[in-house]
Design a protein around this ligand. Structure first.
Ligand SMILES: Cc1ncc(COP(=O)(O)O)c(C=O)c1O
Length: 420
């Protein structure tokens, strides 16, 4: 474990919080390297969901105790997400998942667009940040797609500058790639978008478990992420600048409120899981307080947590990349230069000779090592890299609850796979 931990990062405490990490498969400890598709959940989140059913299980705005408890819980979860995003509570929207939220937002924004207006998307993005915008082609909206630089799987910023123009009404960019881990220069792209008079939408689903989000510093107009990717339950959340949430009109039923942000939350929410979202943010804050006991606010605690987890995850990533590079036939996609690790997070994809990724995933799965194969819905990227017709890639996701031992086990098993 040497060299992978910050002095204050207590991996033993972290792992204690996640009961599912104790799972065993075929006599071996499970190694959860599948986090990019959904993380494990700390006990605090499970307790919050259970408590909802015990004392707050009612619909909203009733004149009785359980309904009032539910209302208070939602206010508190919205405050937690506001600290998470660094925005006001009134700018936080809850929803089923990022994809559903983005389709709803695109439909609402689309009401204001006309034929010939343009939206810029990218080759690096998950399809949930492409298809909802492409759906507006039905209205004559023109979609422009920014390419990548294949050598390091980063966005081609020259192409970006070419594709954004005064016709651009919205730019949709991911914060981090869920396939190759690239972190995009979102603040810089926001400036380009705003200079052209366009709105900026950020898909922060993949970034959220790895880095602190600060919508004020980014100055983006919208940012979406999914709590189930940052140790919470299966839901989605959206930040929207208040002026935009008030201006754009979501499709909704007539009796539902017209007041923002609630008017964006179609139908009855999965309230028990909203309780879990607040607890997930509080878990990260608790970790931060353990890393730096001097922090004063929840936001500062979140900052401390991400500082520590970034350092820890980078240590694991260095070890993983160094080990993978010694395996014959290895092709890693994306940034591998340790001097550029600030431009990527600890999610990594590779191909191993001509081996079909699903076979590697099954081999590892038998040994209790959970990885994903395929395109992970980053369809544009999978096609662009020429792997779509060949089973995609194998993806390893490292999170702050993973260990150097798990990385070593993965490397040993991959050696075993290629030398069978
Ligand atoms: C980068 C990225 N964006 C969007 C999504 C879609 O999120 P959701 O499942 O909440 O709709 C995912 C899911 O894997 C993702 O990784």
């Amino acid at each position: 474990m040497q060299g992978t931990e910050s002095k204050t990062f207590d991996i033993a405490w972290v792992r204690e919080q996640f009961p599912s990490l104790k799972l065993r498969v075929n006599g071996q400890a499970a190694a959860f390297l599948d986090g990019p598709a959904g993380t494990q959940v700390p006990m605090q989140v499970m307790i919050a969901v259970q408590n909802y059913f015990l004392s707050a299980n009612a619909n909203t705005y009733g004149a009785f105790a359980t309904s009032r408890s539910n209302d208070a819980m939602i206010v508190s979860a919205r405050r937690a997400m506001a600290d998470f995003f660094n925005c006001d509570s009134s700018e936080v929207v809850f929803g089923q998942n990022m994809t559903t939220i983005t389709f709803a937002l695109a439909r609402a924004i689309g009401r204001e667009l006309k034929a010939g207006d343009e939206i810029v998307v990218t080759t690096l993005d998950h399809d949930a940040n492409v298809a909802p915008w492409r759906a507006l082609e039905e209205k004559g909206v023109v979609i422009r797609q920014v390419d990548i630089r294949e050598s390091d799987c980063t966005l081609d910023m020259d192409d970006f500058k070419r594709k954004i123009s005064t016709k651009t009404k919205l730019v949709a960019v991911g914060y981090a790639s869920n396939m190759v881990g690239t972190i995009n220069p979102v603040a810089e792209i926001t400036k380009l978008a705003h200079a052209a008079g366009a709105l900026m939408f950020v898909d922060a689903v993949h970034y959220a478990p790895h880095g602190l989000i600060d919508v004020k510093a980014l100055d983006c107009d919208f940012l979406a992420c999914s709590p189930y990717k940052f140790f919470g339950p299966h839901m989605g959340t959206l930040y929207g600048k208040r002026e935009h949430l008030e201006k754009f009109q979501p499709y909704k039923v007539r009796p539902a409120t017209n007041t923002s942000p609630e008017c964006w939350e179609t139908g009855t929410q999965v309230q028990e899981l909203i309780a879990g979202i607040g607890a997930a943010v509080d878990y990260i804050a608790e970790l931060g307080r353990r890393c730096d006991p001097d922090v004063k606010s929840r936001r500062e605690a979140l900052q401390a947590a991400y500082r520590a987890t970034h350092q820890y995850e980078t240590g694991l990533l260095s070890r993983l990349i160094a080990g993978l590079q010694t395996i014959p036939g290895m092709r890693i996609f994306g940034i591998t230069d340790a001097n550029r690790f600030d431009e990527r997070c600890s999610t990594l994809s590779f191909r191993l000779g001509d081996h079909i990724p699903t076979k590697i995933a099954a081999f590892l799965g038998e040994r209790g090592i959970f990885t994903w194969d395929g395109n992970f819905y980053a369809l544009n990227l999978s096609e662009r890299l020429g792997v779509e017709q060949r089973g995609g890639v194998l993806r390893v996701g490292l999170l702050h609850y993973n260990t150097a031992d798990e990385v070593e086990r993965l490397l040993r098993s991959l050696y075993e796979f290629v030398t069978r």
